[in-house]
Design a protein around this ligand. Structure first.
Ligand code: FMN
Length: 190
C-alpha cells in the first residue's frame, strides 16, 4: 500500500522536480509512489459545483477519481512543481483545483460552513518541492499553503531549489534539504 504519495507537476520525468521528489520519498522510509500528472488524463475544473450538490462526486469522468482515492488512502502527500511565472505549473494547478470535490465527501474536519465543506486531508502529513531557475518560488509555495489551509493537509516543510539552467544534481545542498524533509515527513506520519 502506498503510504506516501508523491505528485509531480513537471512533465520532465528526469527533471529537477522529479529528482527532488524521489529524494524526499526515499528519505521518508515509507512505501512510496511517484505519480506524474503528465501521465494522467485530468481535465480542468468546470466550476459547476456539482460536487457540492452530489456528495463530492465530480461531474468529470477522468483519472482524477483514482488519484483522489490514492490521496485519501495515503498517510502523506508530497507535492512537487516547477515554478512557472511565479506560480505552480498548470498541470499542478489543474489537479489542485479538482481536489475541491474532496471537500464535499463528508470526511475530515467540518468547517461549519456548508459552502466550504470538510477538510479531507486533516490526518495527512504534507510536503512541498518547488524547483525554479531563480525567482518567485515563495509565491508558488503560497498556492500549496492555500491548499493545506483549505484541505487540512499538515504541511510540515518545503524545499525551494534555485538551480538556474543546471541540474539539481549539481546542488547537493538541495538534495540534503529534500532528505531532511523526507525524514521529517516519515517521523510525523508514524
Ligand atoms: C513556462 C516556464 C515558466 C518559468 N517561470 C519561471 C519563473 O517565474 N521563475 C523562475 O525562477 N524560473 C522559471 N522557470 C524555470 C523553471 O522553474 C525551472 O527550469 C525548473 O527547474 C523546471 O523544473 P523541472 O526540471 O522539474 O521541469 C520557468 C520555466 C518555464 C518552462
Amino acid at each position: 500500500m502506498t503510504e506516501v504519495l508523491g505528485i509531480c507537476g513537471s512533465a520532465r520525468k528526469k527533471g529537477n522536480t522529479a529528482k527532488l521528489l524521489e529524494e524526499v520519498l526515499r528519505a521518508t522510509g515509507m512505501e512510496s509512489e511517484l505519480i506524474f500528472l503528465s501521465d494522467l488524463n485530468v481535465g480542468f475544473c468546470l466550476g459547476c459545483l456539482s460536487c457540492v450538490k452530489n456528495k463530492g462526486v465530480c461531474a468529470k469522468k477522468d483519472d482524477m477519481k483514482a488519484l483522489v482515492d490514492k490521496m485519501l488512502a495515503a498517510k502523506a502527500i508530497v507535492l512537487g512543481t516547477p515554478n512557472y511565472y511565479y506560480s505552480i505549473s498548470g498541470l499542478m494547478k489543474n489537479m489542485i483545483d479538482r481536489t475541491i470535490s474532496t471537500s464535499y465527501l463528508g470526511i475530515g474536519e467540518y468547517t461549519g460552513m456548508d459552502w466550504h465543506g470538510w477538510r479531507p486531508f486533516v490526518d495527512k502529513v504534507g510536503g512541498a518541492v518547488i524547483c525554479q531557475a531563480a525567482f518567485g518560488g515563495e509565491q508558488a509555495r503560497g498556492v500549496f499553503e492555500c491548499l493545506a489551509e483549505y484541505s487540512g493537509l499538515n504541511l510540515v516543510g518545503s524545499v525551494i531549489a534555485s538551480c538556474g539552467a543546471q541540474s539539481v544534481d549539481d546542488f547537493p545542498e538541495y538534495k540534503e534539504e529534500a532528505r531532511k524533509l523526507g525524514k521529517k515527513i516519515g517521523e510525523e506520519a508514524k
